[in-house]
Design a protein around this ligand. Sequence first.
Ligand code: GLA
Length: 705
Amino acid sequence: MKENVVHLQGKTSDLIIQTSPAVEILYWGDKISGVDAAAIQAVRRAVPNGRLDVDTPVTISPEQGRGVFSSPGMEGHRQGLDWSPVFNFKSIRQDNNNLLLTTEDPIAGLRLVCELNLDPKTDVLQVRHTLTNLKPENYQVDRFAVTLPLPERADELMAFHGRWVREFQPHRVKVKHGGYQQENRRGRTSHEYFPGLMQGAAGFSEQQGEVWGFHLAWSGNHRLRSDVKTDGRRFVQAEALYFSGEIVLAEGESISTPWVYATYSALGLNGMSHAFHQFVRDQIVHFPEDKPRPVHLNTWEGIYFDHDPEYIMQMASRAAELGVERFIIDDGWFKGRNNDLAALGDWYLDTKKYPNGLEPVVSHVRGLGMEFGIWVEPEMINPDSDLFRAHPDWLLAVDGYQQPTGRYQYVLDLQKPEVFDYLLERMDNLLGSYDIAYVKWDMNREVVQPGHDGYAALDGQTKALYDLFDELRQRHPKVEFESCASGGGRIDYEILKRTHRFWTSDNNDALERQHIQRGMSYFFPPEVMGAHIGGRHCHCTRRTHSIGFRGLTALFGHMGVELDPVKESAEERAGFTHYIALHKQIRPLLHSGKVVRIDHHDAALQINGVIAQDQSSAVFLFSQLAMPTYTLSGTARFDGLDPAKQYRLTVLDQPANLRTGGIMKKLPLWLEEETTLSGAWLAKAGIALPVMDPESAMLIKLEAV
Ligand code: GLA
């Protein structure tokens, strides 16, 4: 092996980097052997006619000055100068699979350091670049991305679009020429474009094909692009998106890109998810205590702003009867908050609604053996609030402009020390005053003109939010936080380092949730995905679903209920009790196993499951989303089990009318007789599926005998 080549080895993937003449990733894919000098020579490119006279490497930060005509890894200038840097290798530090690569351009006066780690346990690659200004004059950074190459065969891309109450909708595009770009300028991670994408050899599926997955861990504006160069080479770029003039480095100052997490899978999208989920479990999410994720009841859709402590205590009593383990009072508890028009910013208890204080409610909830949680939205301020009347200048805004409100509110400028201190004091006081185990931290508007002292400052605002979380978590290490932004508007790994759960969507319609939750499952394990059983009649879509379909859909996340248990019928309550108990029964498996999505020929039926890490058991959910396309629903094949083991099939839950509804003349036999099958059979031949009505679901368990 040549001394300018580094070979990082994961469990199922390898990465090979050449450091000189330029720092370039030569290989990133399946495990590889025979890496020697001849092998490295063998992938040296030709220099074609009609182009530059030299080979032009796509380096870890591609440079225009080296002759790369695609999107550079960094763009900026010093009053118009030093705008085309070329970063030459200076040094490398290696500690196992951890690399610190330093490159420099002495003419432009810039240093670029790349931190890179291929996690040997999960095969997740972590990359971050840091740029430092080495000259006395200020340097303005316009763009700064992490760039990762892909092989030519990776010509299909999958990403997500969405909107409020419809997050994580996947789309696919062929990337043969030009490329693909998605931008988020909404000031939070966004419902619209989750900062992640997958690219692979065309036709990659849940269970098959080569896939490279990417996620930019950042809760502000971002840009993801996938380029196809005219010579056929490909790369993905991920970056925080900066406004003009937002990043200016004085001498010695630095800016870092957010972390990019990426992984290679030879086993389709499921392989990618296994890597990311394990990585999240090991390194991203930090639960204060190693305990089962408590089942929630959140009051929002039950009572909205209508807070009456006596009634809330009744709700809590009912919740405890259902098996709820954590009771959360949502919006409406603080001074003057009777609707969404007023009071954000005034983080004092509404003593009109709570004349005896909050303590009796907290004690009641605790007395029932449940944890207590509360809703806040600290970054926000209503113009109709005492805080705004006292401090109209605390807004994140540019003076002189009238910016639009969103949900009747503005954003506070967290970079103003007095704002930061006020919020820290209020939240600290809240958490210090009551026995609060959980905070639902909301963020309900998009950000327009995020100005601080006149300058664009969304990057600083996002980092200040992280600081606020970090400080609060240090003061209250036992408290868990949920990241909510009108549902799924702030779902990413960087916020997850500081929080413990996401409010996946404001949409509790089970049918919509099936799609949203599947989309989210590519990058996030079930235990951080808030999934609630809503009322029979969904508030977002006006659809009605059986308790069975709602219950089974909410089962596969961090479960909860979102309704008023006092008003629900005895029959519905029995349903909640049943599904909460079922969730608890399989929760240890759901929250530690491998998530699998099964390829199925009929999109009307969605199959997903979780397999225990030791392959001793698994659960699978068959969700009939629409009318079956064919008269039969075909077979389901489950890979990921131990081919040598025998598994007993049991039905854990089925549609109420499965056996009596006349949907089939005869059920598949395994539904009638005790059946044990080998893992090999289940993977290759599978089992015949029953025919089910649209918007119903069935849960089975496979247990090694
Ligand atoms: C947002 C959240 C909801 C609820 C309301 C309260 O819309 O996503 O779950 O908390 O705010 O105002």
